[in-house]
Ligand binder design. Structure first.
Ligand SMILES: [Zn+2]
Ligand SMILES: [Zn+2]
Length: 466
């Protein structure tokens, strides 16, 4: 079993502020965590249990019995109160303390005291799923272990800290096994980043013009694991913009064509193609195993799903789109040529609030998939929107928007830009101008205005979608 943790940057900062102080004493905090369980992991044989931060609860100084340089003991009433909070939704608890002297492993005192603490958790809340203990050192490094119901511990294999910046922590991070092909990129970004990229699992939803461009860029950037999801096959009218597609590929699944193109690069990328809707069970499970997802679909109901997934599972979605609006003349003149890159994650406004998803269109699309007869009936009665005519598409613009999206991702990992992260960027090609509108969550939005779904993880129904 692989145990991993995702912390929002906001929660990580709260932990650091409480635990890392000038006085150099040990303190304690808890993280209430949602759970995501991956039974059929697409990348390897191992199951993954992923812990997702929902809330930080600090133990105030007056509840500390001993707080020294090498030791902390505290009243367990606060632990019981957090267990009570976790009980009804089967949340996990992470107990976090600091090692002010920088010792980055669990001490013999920790080994001695933790089993009793977690025994209390299993006795109080029942269940067989693990809880966590974590150590933070003054440099902000985190290590952790999961305690199972038999009070055996396993080290966390991966920790993600995600927000305006993405930080990944894992054992042997300084071993530097990097592929020679990335040497020139290493000169720009250093060894650790190249190795981090090789560890990452990145999903691409939609493998058309922007999706195929994103896939090629991510593979050559050195992303180690790429998931491709798209139901469609290559058509002759795709050849003007689908990276990797050749005329002999017509009628072949887009995901298979792109996967082969990446494999032939010889960069040791593991590619998993899924030729299905994003709402299929196979695709949903695969998406849960990603560290980051790129949204490259025009499909509104697919967008609705990844829009929720970002907040429920703390997996950043970098969503993109392009619209070309022309006049009715021949030749047409360009009225509007807009690209968009939107980042979805707790703290960012969602696609519904940004007006990107057309809810009527989304309903029509899922109706058409699930009840084709009902869809035709309603279409005849003009209750649903019919399909739109093929929209104009030009490779230079779709590829540029994919590049803008991937560069947003690189900035968040590497920090090359002095102006910071951009959650919502509109590129007006016809005016040669970028706009970066501020977040505008609607107060009634359950996804991005309310924290109750953030880090919620697994629940029935999936993503609370009926
Ligand atoms: Zn300790
Ligand atoms: Zn919203």
């Amino acid at each position: 079993m692989n145990n991993t943790l995702t912390l929002t940057q906001e929660h990580y900062d709260q932990l650091k502020n409480h635990l890392i102080r000038e006085d150099g004493l040990e303190r304690v905090a808890y993280i209430l965590c949602g759970r995501s369980f991956l039974e059929n992991n697409i990348w390897d044989e191992e199951h993954e249990e992923r812990f997702l931060s929902r809330e930080i609860i600090t133990v105030p100084d007056e509840e500390l019995i001993e707080s020294e340089k090498y030791k902390v003991t505290w009243d367990t009433n606060s632990f019981l109160a957090v267990l009570k909070k976790a009980e009804s939704k089967n949340f996990a608890i992470a107990v976090v303390h600091n090692h002010p002297t920088g010792v980055n492993h669990f001490s013999s005192v920790d080994d001695e005291h933790e089993p009793a603490l977690f025994k209390l958790a299993f006795n109080r809340n029942g269940g067989t799923r693990a809880h966590l203990s974590l150590i933070i050192t003054p440099d902000g490094n985190l290590i952790g272990r999961a305690w199972d119901c038999n009070l055996r511990s396993t080290d966390l294999s991966f920790i993600r800290i995600l927000g305006d910046n993405y930080k990944f922590l894992y054992p042997h991070q300084k071993k530097f096994h990097t592929h020679e092909a990335f040497h020139r990129q290493q000169l720009a970004f250093g060894k650790t980043l190249i190795q981090d990229l090789s560890k990452l699992k990145v999903g691409i939803v939609g493998c058309g013009a922007t999706g195929s461009a994103t896939a090629m860029l991510l593979a050559r950037l050195g992303i180690g694991h790429i998931l491709l999801i798209d139901k469609d096959v290559v058509e002759i009218t795709n050849l003007n913009r689908l990276h990797g597609a050749k005329s002999k590929d017509i009628d072949k699944p887009k995901v298979k064509v792109i996967a082969l193109e990446i494999e032939e690069m010889g960069l040791e990328t593991k590619v998993v193609p899924i030729q299905d809707w994003v709402s299929s069970n196979e695709a949903k499970n695969a998406l849960k195993s990603c560290d980051v997802i790129f949204g490259c679909t025009d499909d509104n109901s697919g967008r609705l799903l990844i829009n929720r997934l970002a907040y429920f599972y703390l997996i950043p979605v970098i969503d993109m789109g392009l619209a070309i609006i022309v006049s009715n003349e021949e030749p047409p003149s360009i009225r509007n040529l807009n690209g968009r890159v939107t980042v979805l994650f707790p703290g960012c406004s969602c696609l519904l609030c940004n007006g990107v998803i057309n809810a009527t269109q989304a309903n029509a699309e899922s109706l058409k998939r699930n009840d084709p007869d009902g869809y035709e009936r309603l279409k005849a009665e003009a209750y649903v929107l019919g399909e739109q005519n093929p929209s104009p598409a030009v490779i230079t613009f779709t590829t540029e928007i994919a590049t803008v999206a991937v560069n947003e991702f690189i900035h968040r990992i590497q920090g090359y830009r002095s102006t910071g992260a951009v959650n919502h960027r509109l590129r007006f090609f016809h005016m040669d101008m970028d706009l970066k509108p501020l977040n505008k969550s609607r107060i009634e939005c359950k996804i991005c205005s309310n924290t109750s779904y953030w880090g919620r993880g697994d629940m029935e129904p999936f993503l609370d979608m009926v």
